[in-house]
Every structure is written in C-alpha cells, then in structure tokens.
Design a binder for this molecule. Structure first.
Ligand SMILES: *[C@@H]1O[C@H](CO)[C@@H](O)[C@H](O)[C@H]1NC(C)=O
Ligand SMILES: *[C@@H]1O[C@H](CO)[C@@H](O)[C@H](O)[C@H]1NC(C)=O
Ligand SMILES: *[C@@H]1O[C@H](CO)[C@@H](O)[C@H](O)[C@H]1NC(C)=O
Ligand SMILES: *[C@@H]1O[C@H](CO)[C@@H](O)[C@H](O)[C@H]1NC(C)=O
Ligand SMILES: *[C@@H]1O[C@H](CO)[C@@H](O)[C@H](O)[C@H]1NC(C)=O
Ligand SMILES: *[C@@H]1O[C@H](CO)[C@@H](O)[C@H](O)[C@H]1NC(C)=O
Ligand SMILES: *[C@@H]1O[C@H](CO)[C@@H](O)[C@H](O)[C@H]1NC(C)=O
Ligand SMILES: *[C@@H]1O[C@H](CO)[C@@H](O)[C@H](O)[C@H]1NC(C)=O
Ligand SMILES: *[C@@H]1O[C@H](CO)[C@@H](O)[C@H](O)[C@H]1NC(C)=O
Ligand SMILES: *[C@@H]1O[C@H](CO)[C@@H](O)[C@H](O)[C@H]1NC(C)=O
Ligand SMILES: *[C@@H]1O[C@H](CO)[C@@H](O)[C@H](O)[C@H]1NC(C)=O
Ligand SMILES: *[C@@H]1O[C@H](CO)[C@@H](O)[C@H](O)[C@H]1NC(C)=O
Length: 604
C-alpha cells in the first residue's frame, strides 16, 4: 500500500500541521490523541490496549501498523469485520473507538505501532505507540569461558544464560562494586569480558538482570590461576658458607594459585625428605656442598620455574701447615709450604717473597738466594675460608762447626777412619771434601756418605792417614763454611783418677783430641799386684818396677774401674792409646796410695 507508506513517512508533518490548525481554532479537522501511555510495557500473556480517542469526523477508516506492516484495517462502525491477518486474529482486536487491544500478548508483538485515521474529505490523523513485551527472568546461570581464568591470557569471559526472560538492563559487580566499561572490562550483550586478567581479578562476580517485571541477581566465584612467581630461596641461618657438621635448612617458596608444589634436586637426584619446600640438612658433609635446584610447579597450569643456589660446605685441612726450605742446584732457595686436604684447599703463599704467586696443597716458590734471606724468617700464609694459619721457616747459611773423627776396624782388620763434618744450615748443607792434592771423590780409597757429611778412609797403616790434611766445605745457596782437619796419631788428653772412699777401687777416665786416631787403649799399672782376680781385662804379671798392662779397652772407652787395691800400698796407673800396632804417647801417670791423696795428675 504505497499510499499508506507515504502517509507513514509524512505522519509527523501531518500531525504538526493538524495541531496548528487545532490551536488556531479550525473546525471539522480529524484529530486522534492518546487515551493512555504511548510507551507501554506488558508481560507475556497479559491483555492490554493501545488506547486512542478521535474527534473531528465520524467513522473514519482506522489502520494500525506494526512497524511498517498494517495489521488492522477497519472502518469504524462498519458491519464489515476488521481486516486482520489470520495468524494475529487471536491476539489483536480493534475497539469501536479505534483503540487496539491485545489478548494473551506474546513476545512477537513487541514493536512500534502507528495508528492512522482517514476520513475522505476531512483528512488524516496519525499517532505512534511503542509496545515492549517482557517475560519474567528465570533460572539465570553464570558460566565462564574458559573454565578458569589464567593470569597472562588475553581475555576471560563471564556470560549468563537463562531459561527464559527478556532483559532490559544488565549490571555487573565485582565483590559488590559496580563494574564500568574501561580498558580492563568490556560489556557485551550477554557477557562481561575481562581483558588481560590477573590475580587481582579473583573474587565474586554478580550480574543483576532487570526488566520492568522482574530482576534477578546471580553470583559466581572466579579463581584466577597464576604463578608460580619467581621462587625465593633462603638458607637458615644465612651464611656465605657452612662448616662440615653444621646444620641448616634451605627453603624454597613461590607465589601461585593453586599453591605451587616444591621439589629440590641435588646432583641430579630428587630429594624426597622435604616438607613444604624446606630441606633440612643436619650435620652436613662436604660432599653435600654444591648446586641445589628448586623447581616450583603449578599443578593446574603445569607452569614451572627453577632457581638454584650454591651451598658451600667447607672443612679445614687437618693438622697445621708445614714450612721447609730446600735448595735447587745449590744456587736457588726453594721455599715449601704444605697443608694438604680440606675443602676447598687452602691457598698458600709467601707474601714476603711474592704477592703474586700462590698455590694449594703443596706449594713451593723458588727464589734466588740472597743475603737478605739469610736468617730471615719467612712466613707462609695458609688461607682457608674457615681458618687462617701460618708457618715459618728461616733459611740460614752453614754455621761454624767442629769436625769429629771416629776410628773402627773393618772385617779384614784394616783401620777405618771416618771424618764427620756436620754444620747447622737450612737448607741442609752439602759437604765437599778435598785434601792437599785436590778434590776427593768417592771410590775405593775414599767413600763419601750419601748425605756427604762423612768421609771414610781405610788403611792398615796409621801413618798413611797422617800424611794429608783434609778440608771439608759445607755449602748451601746462602754460603759456605770450611774446616781443615789434620789427623793425629793415637793420643790421650785430660785423664783423671778417682779413688773410692776406702781406697780399694779407682776409676780412671780420659779423653782424646777430636782428630786423634785411636782404636783401643792399654791400661797399665806399676806397683804391687792387685788382691782380687775380679777384673775384666788381662792381667799381666811383671816386676813391680815396670809398667804392665792390666786391662785393654776398645777405642770407644773413656773410663775404667780398677779393683782390688790395698789402701796401705801405693800404685801408679797410665793409659796408652793405640791404633792397632801403633802406640801413641802415654797419658800422664796417676799415683794412688799413702801420702798421695793430695797429689795432682802431675805427680809422677
Ligand atoms: C484476557 O481477555 C480474555 C478474553 O477477554 C480473557 O478470557 C482473559 O481472562 C483475560 N486475561 C487476563 C489476564 O485478564
Ligand atoms: C475505547 O473502548 C474501550 C473498550 O470498549 C474502552 O475500554 C476504552 O475506555 C475506550 N476509550 C475511550 C477514550 O473512550
Ligand atoms: C496464550 O498464547 C500462548 C502462545 O502465544 C498459548 O500457548 C497459550 O495457550 C495462550 N493462552 C490462552 C489462555 O489462550
Ligand atoms: C521504534 O521507534 C524508535 C524510534 O522512533 C526506534 O528507535 C526503535 O528501533 C523502533 N522499534 C522497533 C521495534 O522497530
Ligand atoms: C528453574 O528454577 C526453579 C526455581 O528457581 C526450579 O524449580 C526449576 O527446576 C528450574 N528450572 C530449570 C530448567 O532449571
Ligand atoms: C591486575 O590488573 C589490574 C588492571 O589491569 C591492575 O590495576 C593491577 O595492578 C594488576 N595486578 C597485578 C597484581 O598485576
Ligand atoms: C563465593 O565466595 C564467598 C566468600 O568467598 C562465599 O561466601 C560464597 O558462598 C561463594 N559463592 C559460591 C557460589 O561459591
Ligand atoms: C626441619 O626442621 C624443623 C625445625 O628443626 C622442623 O620443624 C621441620 O619439621 C623439619 N623438616 C623436615 C622435613 O624434617
Ligand atoms: C707486591 O708487594 C710489593 C711490596 O710489598 C708492592 O710494591 C707491589 O706493588 C705488590 N704487587 C702487587 C701485584 O700487589
Ligand atoms: C788391628 O786390631 C784389631 C783389633 O784389635 C784386629 O782385629 C786386627 O787384626 C788388627 N789389624 C792389624 C793389621 O794388626
Ligand atoms: C797440615 O797443616 C798443618 C797446619 O796447617 C801444617 O803444619 C802441616 O805441615 C800440614 N801437613 C801436611 C802433610 O801438609
Ligand atoms: C767382681 O766382684 C763384684 C762383687 O765383689 C761383683 O759384683 C762383680 O760382678 C765381679 N765382676 C766380675 C767381672 O767378676
């Protein structure tokens, strides 16, 4: 019906013109006006009327348009029934006064309605209504998409569904506070979108759905999965290192929902004896030092993180550091410092000698020998994280020394003379030997001990030893000391005689010069025979005017006892040193007997 369409478009203009004519007091114009509200809300199943009244002309043609669609056409007062589409006849009814009545209205009738009245020769009138049809809101449920909110995802959607209802307004609340659309929230027709959700979004969400006939609120609790966050590792007590047998605990914690599980690993092995991320280490051993790794896992999201800590368990080396000094090629000094073992190994150094060199376990430092190192105490610093210790060593050049001579026999009966040259020195001195004719080397005639401090010579004849002067030189990198040794034939010095209280026993003692060659001693006596046969030596009977040997002593002997003296008689004693067949100069003569008590050794 193009004419009616045209009328619909122009209805506003017509109405305005119509009203102007009315106010100007014009007569015989068709006027249609509302007899109730033009905005009508109705609930499904109810009856209602879009009420109008008209004036200005009798029995006009009334046309009701639902939107643009004519649903009722009737000439008021006509016996011809109104023209209503078949499918709407149960619901729509036109009244005698032109009003439109709905019986048992359904949702499909919600629309804008326009009533147009026409009377040929008089004119047209138009009026608009809006009808909203509602249904009670029932059985609203909230659901989420996806099931769980997860921090770090782009969005999380809360949506409602309902068994029935027409919603006029939706309002959302988070923990009872109204939500407004902003950069975090997006309101859509049936849902609330949370953009980039995070842990702060966990809580209770409420949707309030309303229409003029009902309102429903529904809640849902939203949990946000997150984490694990960066784990926090702590040691109690917190220390840069621990000493073996200390006790400590390592703890690992990370934020997350659900609370992340914690697992500790050490050396590729999972540690099971943990509780809530706490690992107790009692009486730690050094083998327990190393990298401990904590893995936190969100069981729900399967997200995990790891963090490691290095546990230092230290132990000092046992004992004390030991210092010594040796020589390299008898030119350089090699200082040694040892303190092996421990965890970690101690750092050893000789700061006075070098502040750049250091070592562990067995450290040595070679320096050229110099006078300022002679008798200079050098300290080794043994630096261990748990304990610092040190040791000292003093290098010194060979000191002044005395030589010694010892005489023995070999298996063939040859005389064996050994000269000793031992000098205090650090490092130990090396001895070189020479005689008038030059350096002595080890061979058949001379043997030098492996430590070079002894020179051994073998001969039958004492006088052969006396032909040469010997020199020993003790040398270390810091210096040398020499000594000349002129061997002497058998001789005795400083002999003394002690009688006992009642005069029946005397003790004879003697010494020999240090370079004297002596293999034994003859103890000789002049005077009456001794009473007792209780003696160890050989007793040679002889005339009382000559000396006779009463005892023979080995070269090591320095005293003897003589028994069986008659206190009333006078005796004379002397010692003859020997080197096998060669007799040396006799000792002074010692006299014992009446009137001789005050006699010194010079009495003869
Ligand atoms: C609506 O009108 C019909 C017919 O006049 C009547 O039978 C019915 O009871 C009415 N319904 C209500 C809710 O008034
Ligand atoms: C129009 O007719 C209906 C039904 O007869 C009535 O309920 C209504 O009040 C009338 N309206 C006016 C303005 O007379
Ligand atoms: C009202 O209309 C609905 C469908 O629109 C129908 O199912 C129902 O039976 C009707 N009620 C009455 C009383 O006619
Ligand atoms: C009713 O008319 C208004 C404006 O006049 C319009 O905004 C609305 O969409 C219309 N409703 C329907 C259901 O056509
Ligand atoms: C709707 O809600 C009512 C009461 O609130 C309940 O009795 C009914 O079973 C619900 N219907 C469905 C389909 O859930
Ligand atoms: C969570 O997101 C909101 C909105 O973007 C922000 O204000 C808040 O600081 C965030 N909270 C956390 C713990 O990241
Ligand atoms: C949501 O959580 C609140 C408190 O946190 C609790 O009181 C309420 O019963 C919960 N609601 C649901 C639907 O689980
Ligand atoms: C670790 O030690 C603490 C205190 O000594 C104790 O409370 C805790 O139960 C221990 N944990 C384990 C796993 O043994
Ligand atoms: C080493 O010590 C000397 C003297 O104590 C000092 O002059 C020198 O700078 C030090 N060198 C280093 C590398 O520290
Ligand atoms: C030297 O004396 C010892 C013991 O007194 C003896 O065994 C050895 O045969 C003697 N040697 C010579 C050459 O007389
Ligand atoms: C040994 O040295 C002494 C003193 O230096 C000297 O008198 C003696 O002649 C030397 N003997 C020999 C065999 O050279
Ligand atoms: C000598 O006699 C004394 C006691 O008179 C005795 O103790 C000692 O053993 C005797 N010595 C020898 C070598 O017979």
């Amino acid at each position: 019906m193009p004419l009616l369409d045209e009328l619909g478009r122009l209805s506003g203009v017509f109405l305005a013109v119509l009203l102007r004519f009315t106010f100007q007091g014009a007569h015989c114009e068709l006027v249609v006006s509302p007899a109730g509200p033009t905005q009508v809300n109705a609930i499904v199943g109810s009856n209602l009327t879009l009420a109008v009244s008209f004036s200005g002309a009798p029995d006009p043609v009334v046309i009701w348009l639902m939107g643009d669609l004519p649903v009722v056409t009737w000439t008021i007062g006509s016996s011809v029934p109104p023209d209503i589409p078949e499918n709407m006849r149960k619901v729509l009814k036109v009244e005698q006064n032109g009003s439109l009545t709905f019986v048992n209205v359904s949702l499909g009738f919600a629309s804008n309605y326009t009533v147009k009245m026409t009377k040929s020769g008089v004119g047209n009138a138009v009026l608009s209504f809006t009808l909203k049809v509602f249904e009670n809101i029932q059985n609203v449920t909230l659901s989420t998409q996806p099931d769980f909110a997860k921090e770090g995802t782009d969005l999380f959607i809360l949506q409602y569904s309902m068994l029935q209802g027409v919603v006029e307004h939706q309002m959302w609340f988070f923990n009872d506070i109204p939500i407004k659309t902003n950069s975090h929230y997006l309101m859509e027709p049936r849902s609330l979108v949370i953009l980039r959700p995070n842990r702060s979004d966990a809580g209770q969400y409420t949707v309030l759905l309303t229409n003029p006939f009902s309102s429903v609120t529904t809640h849902i609790n939203v949990t946000v999965l997150y984490g694990p966050d960066e784990p926090v590792l702590e040691a109690h007590p917190a220390q840069p290192f621990y000493v073996a047998e200390d006790s400590l605990s390592l703890s690992c914690h990370a934020e997350g929902f659900p609370q992340p599980t914690v697992q500790w690993d050490f050396g590729g092995q999972m540690l099971s004896d943990t509780h809530k991320g706490v690992l107790n280490l009692t009486n730690v051993r050094t083998s327990q030092g190393g990298i401990y790794t904590c893995t936190v896992l969100n069981e729900k999201t399967k997200e995990k993180r790891q963090k490691s800590t290095n546990l230092n368990v230290y132990e000092t080396p046992s004992g004390n550091p030991m210092c010594s000094v040796g020589s390299v090629s008898n030119v350089n000094l090699q200082y040694h410092c040892q303190w092996p073992g421990g965890t970690p190994q101690a750092m050893l150094s000789f700061p006075e000698l070098s502040n750049t060199s250091s070592g562990t376990g067995n450290f040595s430092l070679t320096v050229p020998a110099s006078d300022n190192l002679n008798r200079q105490t050098v300290t080794c610093l043994a630096d261990h994280p748990v304990e610092q210790k040190n040791c000292s060593i003093t290098a010194s050049s060979p000191a002044q020394f005395l030589s010694a001579v010892r005489t023995t026999h070999d298996s063939e009966g040859k005389i064996v003379v050994t000269i000793y040259c031992v000098s205090d020195a650090s490092p130990k001195a090396v001895v070189s030997w020479s005689r008038d004719s030059g350096a002595i080397t080890s061979g058949t005639a001379y043997q030098i001990s492996s430590d070079t401090t002894q020179l051994m010579m073998v001969d039958y004849n004492v006088s052969n030893f006396l032909l040469q002067n010997y020199t020993c030189t003790c040398r270390n990198p810091l210096g040398s000391q020499s000594r000349e040794i002129q061997l002497q034939g058998p001789s005795v010095s400083n002999s003394i005689l002690f009688p006992n209280q009642d005069g029946t026993v005397v003790t004879l003692t003697w010494e020999i010069p240090p370079t004297s060659i002596v293999t034994g001693f003859d103890i000789q006596m002049k005077g009456p025979d001794l009473l007792s046969t209780n003696h160890t030596g050989i007793q040679t009977r002889g005339s009382s005017d000559g000396y006779r040997t009463i005892q023979q002593k080995p070269g090591s002997a320095r005293s003897t006892d003589i028994f069986g003296l008659e206190p009333k008689l006078t005796y004379q004693f002397r010692v003859i040193p020997r080197a096998n067949m060669t007799e040396g100069v006799p000792s002074v003569v010692h006299i014992v007997g009446p009137g001789m008590e005050n006699c010194s050794t010079e009495c003869v």
